[in-house]
Design a protein around this ligand. Structure first.
Ligand SMILES: [Cu+2]
Length: 157
């Protein structure tokens, strides 16, 4: 080691033991999740519905989606699709992690919100009011656009 590299080594060690602010270390930003997109498709009363959201965490710390409620729907649950012995099936996700600085896009065949017990039909052209509860961010509301089946197919292409 020569005299030139010594200060860098010292800085590196201080950095390692947390005694100095490392220049490239960012201060953690508390989790703050927002819903940037939300949509659902038309469904008859008594049928099952499905809704999709895009979650963006502007904080660097992770958060968790704990529950979802939708107006006029008895029960809303976060589901995911998994491949089980070659067969796709749905599983319930009671607590979904939203990574720090991360984006989660719910979509057909993946993460979705299952809507069970429709007290009235979900009508295309209207919106469905949903309330999402996060561990750190708290309550976030969104009005999901209701698409027709044709619009859903168009979106998939
Ligand atoms: Cu489902």
């Amino acid at each position: 080691m020569n005299a030139r590299s010594a200060p860098y080594l010292l800085f590196g060690l201080l950095c390692l033991f947390g005694l100095s602010n490392c220049s490239d270390e960012k201060t953690p930003v508390p989790a703050k999740v927002s819903v940037t997109d939300s949509w659902t498709k038309e469904a008859d009363e008594g049928a099952r519905g499905v809704a999709y959201v895009t979650l963006v965490n502007e904080g660097t710390e992770p958060d968790r989606l704990l529950s979802v409620a939708a107006q006029g729907i008895q029960m809303a649950e976060v589901h995911n699709h998994i491949k089980d012995e070659g067969v796709m099936r749905m599983i319930s996700v009671p607590s979904l992690e939203v990574p720090g600085s991360g984006t989660l896009t719910f979509q057909p065949g993946g993460l979705h919100i299952m809507l069970m017990g429709l007290e009235r039909p979900i009508v295309a052209g209207e919106t469905l009011h949903m309330t999402l509860k996060f561990e750190k961010t708290g309550i976030v509301t969104t009005d999901a656009r209701v698409l027709t089946m044709d619009e859903v197919l168009e979106r998939a292409n």
